[in-house]
Design a protein around this ligand. Structure first.
Ligand code: TXA
Ligand code: MG
Length: 340
């Protein structure tokens, strides 16, 4: 199969293919999604097959406006309107209880709830409108690989396997949306993203909880997808805390390990002469690190001579909670310590 490239001016052709049951990857402000018409179960099934995704891991239903959600939801949480008004379109996925049989169990993993999101990307909103149906959209990567933040990442994983990719350059944020469960009384974050616990509490004026697994690692996550070992490059990743950099570099040299650096300019400039490869975030901010994380992991993972990737950590609050959540998975929770 030839994987076509679509741009903003040929969305009609992409929408036609989606209606015919083909898979088309689309851009969002977080990461690229692997799109299929959410109302065509055979196409949704194909999404699982192409990604190699476990079938008990439900998909997000992407809509062009809030009206589209109303066809499926059984009961809205009292705070829904306030949340939508403040955060949609945007990097916030909402979980609601759904009407029986309104979505195929292949979409929901057989759950009585479903996830909905209105992405903040004009091209993709237009694509959904032209298709006329909502689109499922898991991140457009092979299961277990870092999520795609550029069309070339999607092509790397899926060239020849899907009908097309809508290219809109680099995604703005770089990590997947916040998943907020609104199916119970207390709004609960199942996956941290760019809309933070603080952002939600400030706007809503009520407590917003974190799923138990985000507080204590031994707990089972409520979002099925959070239990899988995600975002995992082939090269081992070690997280390095700010105070440990010089010791980490000395250790790698002593052990004769060719290492790569994944960090902001300040750290890179200090240690790059010793490194076998580098990926430099655009600046030292948490926003730049989040934007570059998956591209950096993918790029450094291609460098076959590298034995270990040393990656910069950030305080796990605000956007840092999302960055550290993804980095910890990529690093299989491993930090550099003086007895590494
Ligand atoms: O930013 C994003 O959310 C991207 C872009 C493409 O929109 N999409 C994305 O999809 O990250 P995916 O499939 O990789 O992640 C969806 C997450 C999974 O962890 C899944 O288990 C969870 O949402 N989820 C979906 N439906 C759920 C439900 N009914 N209850 C609990 N968790 C659910
Ligand atoms: Mg994913």
């Amino acid at each position: 199969m030839e994987t076509k490239r679509f741009e903003a001016n040929d969305l009609k052709a992409a929408a036609t293919l989606l209606r015919q049951g083909e898979l088309i990857a689309f851009p969002t402000e977080t990461v690229y999604g692997l799109g299929a018409d959410a109302l065509l179960p055979a196409s949704v099934k194909q999404v699982f097959a192409v990604k190699g995704r476990p079938s008990d891991n439900p998909l997000i239903v992407h809509v062009a406006n809030f009206e589209m959600v109303k066809d499926y939801v059984d009961k809205f949480h009292p705070l829904t309107e306030k949340i939508i008004k403040n955060f949609w379109p945007g990097p916030l996925t909402l979980i609601f209880p759904i009407k029986k049989n309104s979505l195929d169990p292949i979409v929901t993993g057989g759950l009585s709830t479903a996830a909905f999101r209105m992405p903040d990307n004009k091209i993709t909103l237009k694509l959904i409108e032209l298709t006329g149906d909502p689109l499922v959209g898991p991140s457009a990567n092979t299961s277990g690989k870092p999520s795609p933040t550029l069309a070339k990442h999607v092509a790397h994983d899926f060239n020849g396997k899907i009908a097309g990719i809508v290219d809109d350059g680099a995604t703005k944020i770089g990590v997947e949306s916040t998943v907020l469960d609104l199916s119970g009384e207390v709004p609960t974050i199942l996956r941290p993203g760019a809309v933070t616990q603080n952002d939600l509490q400030t706007v809503l004026g009520v407590p917003v909880e974190l799923d138990r697994h985000l507080v204590k690692e031994s707990e089972t996550p409520k979002a099925p997808g959070m239990k899988y070992k995600h975002y995992s490059p082939d090269t081992p990743v070690l997280m390095v805390k700010p105070a440990d950099w010089s010791r980490a570099i000395a250790w790698a040299q002593q052990e004769n390990k060719k290492f790569a650096l994944l960090a902001g300019p300040t750290i890179i400039e200090k240690y790059q002469t010793q490194a076998a490869a580098i990926y430099k975030y655009q600046n030292d901010s948490i926003e730049a690190a989040t934007h570059g994380l998956f591209d950096g992991l993918r790029e450094l993972d291609e460098k076959k001579a590298v034995a270990v990737i040393l990656a910069q950590t950030f305080p796990a609050d605000e956007l840092g909670a999302a960055y550290m959540n993804r980095l910890k998975k990529a690093a299989a929770q491993n930090y550099f310590t003086s007895n590494t």
